[in-house]
Design a protein around this ligand. Structure first.
Ligand SMILES: [Zn+2]
Length: 278
């Protein structure tokens, strides 16, 4: 399995000279093996991915973690939706309130010049009903995230390799907890790759309780406790510059040298066959 980051930013796109290294596009990651692939989230990063998919006819499968705008806002600019009869399946999580049509509704009324009902592709919304299901040769396991309006995290597995995509998740919420820490530890035990929300640093957490995100430091402790072989911190805060992330990386790697981690970087590809014991 291979993973490719197309957008790693949380909340809102952040173009500009201070975010060139880690990228400014919002959440979008592809997991692939051979010719088969699944796309996780449809933030602005999906635009570039869409352009890469224009010359083939493979069905497109998108798994949405939730409907916050930074996870769906790239969809109107995802070129395959304008291809005649292109098969596009969108796996939609249960949210609060329930709103299965949210990704399409942004192409309705006065929000966008093209109405989703006019799209020539074959778009199917598939409401996620089960905790485990298969897509394009991958096994998907779902777990509720601790996040306002709810949503899902996914563990994507194939050939005994496992990638966890856990974004927009608060590991220790004060109010609305849907998945407790012990369950995260159990599900993520010995995971090959952990992609986890680390929007904040510890010193910011007291101002951000119940906003639905974790700190980088909390994720590194989780990574250590669940023995993740590789961890990518994801969903960087919009105000976070490349220099901030580089500085923190240097500081944290000294404190926790046994953790194999990186801040997720737009454009980065990671092949699980390259994974070595750290
Ligand atoms: Zn969110």
């Amino acid at each position: 399995m291979k993973l490719s980051f197309y957008g790693t930013r949380g909340s809102t796109p952040t173009p500009g000279p201070a975010t060139i290294k880690y990228g400014g596009n919002t959440a979008c990651t592809m997991i692939s093996q051979g010719d088969e692939f699944v796309i996780l989230d449809s933030g602005t990063g999906i635009r570039v991915l869409g352009d890469e998919l224009l010359n083939d006819k493979r069905p497109v499968n998108i798994l949405l973690t939730h409907h916050h705008w930074d996870h769906i806002q790239g969809f109107p600019f995802f070129a395959p939706i304008y291809q005649l009869n292109r098969e596009i399946n969108i796996y939609v999580p249960k949210t609060e309130p329930r709103d299965d049509n949210a990704i399409l509704a942004q192409m309705d009324k006065s929000y966008f010049p093209v109405n989703y009902r006019q799209l020539p592709s074959k778009i199917t919304l598939k409401s996620i009903q089960k905790t485990c299901f298969d897509v394009a040769g991958f096994s998907i396991k779902c777990l509720p995230i601790n996040h306002p309006n709810e949503g899902l995290a996914f563990v994507v597995s194939r050939d005994q390799k496992h990638i966890a995509y856990v974004t927009d998740n608060e590991l220790f919420p004060e109010l609305h907890q849907t998945t407790d820490y012990e369950l995260w530890l159990a599900v993520l035990e010995n995971i090959d790759v952990l992609i986890h929300d680390g929007q904040y640093f510890d010193f910011e957490l007291h101002k951000k309780r119940d906003w639905g995100h974790s700190s980088v430091e909390q994720v590194l402790v989780l990574a250590e406790q669940c023995k993740a072989k590789k961890t990518f911190i994801y969903s960087h805060a919009p105000e976070r510059t490349d220099d901030d992330l580089d500085e923190y990386f240097q500081r944290l790697i000294k404190i926790m040298p046994s953790i194999n981690f990186d801040f997720a970087k737009e454009g980065l590809q990671f092949d699980l066959s390259d994974l070595k014991e750290f």
